[in-house]
Design a protein around this ligand. Sequence first.
Ligand code: PLP
Length: 413
Amino acid sequence: MAVIYLDNNATTQVAPEVVEAITPFLVGEYFNPSSMYEAARGPADAVVAARKTVARLLGQARPSEILFTSCATESNNTAVFGTIAANPERRHIVTTAVEHPAIFEVSKDLERRGFEVDFIPVDTQGRLDIGEFVRALRPDTLLVSVMHANNETGVIFPVDELSRITKETDPSIVFHTDATQSVGKLPIDLRGSFKHVDLLSFSGHKLHAPKGIGALYIHRGTRCRPFLLGGHQEDGRRGGTENVAFIAGIARALELATESHDEDVARITALRNRLQEELVARIPYLEVNGGDAPRLDNTLNIACHFIEGEGILFQLSEHGICASSGSACTSGSLEPSHVLRAMNVPFSAVHGSVRFSLSRYTLDAEIDTVIEVFPEIVASLRRLSPYWDTGRDAPTPEAREMLEQTEMPQSPA
Ligand code: PLP
C-alpha cells in the first residue's frame, strides 16, 4: 500500500538534491574537518560554505552568528541554558503556554529550580495575548522565548512585533524564537523584520534535510555560554566533531526551500485549503483549530467532536495515510495536548483532534484520497461513540450540552 505522508510537521522526506549534497561527505570525504592534512580541506571548506549559505538565506546574517547543532531541541536548550549561565543576575523568563516541549519542559524545569516563568496565554484561536505579554515584561526579565509558528496548529506569532516591544521595553532582555516550523516555510529576515531577535533555533529534518542536524543563530554580542563543552569546534561554542555531511545538507535544504518558496506556497496553500473546505463541508461537528488565526500554509488541525484522535489515526493508517493527533499517550491516560488545552478547545473535541501537515511533495491525488476516506472514518467512529445517537445520526442530547464545555464533565456520584 502506498504511503500518503501528511505528517510533515513531525519530519520530512529528505530531498533528493540534499541526498546528493551530503553523499560525498559520507562515502569519500569522511575526514575530520579539524585535521591538518590536505584531504581534510574539502570537509572544512564545506562547513564554511554551508555556514555562509545559511547565514545569507536567513536575511544576510553573519556566518559567525550561525552555530550548527544536532537538532532544534539542542538549539533551544543551548539558547535558554546558555543565556541563564551568561547572565546569572536575572531570574525571570517570559514564554508562552503553547511552546513545543523543547521550550515548554525546559521552562517548567527552570520554574522548579526557582526561576520565575510567565507562560503567556492564547485565545481560542491560538493567538497570543499581546497585552499580557507586554504586562509580563519586568525590570528583572532575563529572557523571552516565543515560538514563531506552532507545530500543532501552525498558528504564527508576530515575532517581529514581540521582539521590537521587548527591546523597546529593555534592550538588555534576550529575545529567543523557536523557528523550527517556520524556517523554510516563511521568509526570515534577521537584518530586517527580525532584527531584534537575538537567538533563533531550527532543525534540518523539518525542511527536507536529515534528522540529526540543527542550527542556532546567535546575534553578535549576545551573551550565551556554550552548552556542550569539549573541543574548540564551532569557534569554541559547541564541542563535538562537526556533522559535515548533514551541515552541507541543511544548507542545501534551505537553498531549495528558498528557490521554490513562492511556487511551493501557492501549491501547498491551495491543497490545504481544498482539504479544509471539503472536510468542513462534509463532516458535521468539525472545527478547524486556529482556523481564524494567521497560520502556516501547510498545516490543518481539525477537531472532530465526540471521537478519539487515536481511533482516527489508526483507521487513517489502514489506508496508508500518516497524520498526527493532539493527544499523547502518557502513563496510561490519553492526555490532550497542552496546546489545545491552552486554546480551550471544548472537551468533546480536544480528544478528537487530528493534524495534517503537507509539504512540496504532497500530491493532489493524495488530498483527494483523504477527502474521500476521512468523512467515512469519522462517521464510523461516531456510530461507536456513546455520545452519538446512531438512529438520528446526531449527538445525544447530553453530548450537545457538552459542546461548549472545556473540562471533562463529572460523572454522577
Ligand atoms: N520546536 C518545534 C516548534 C518543533 O516543532 C520541534 C519538533 O517537532 C522541535 C522544536 C524539536 O525539534 P528536533 O526534533 O529537531 O529536536
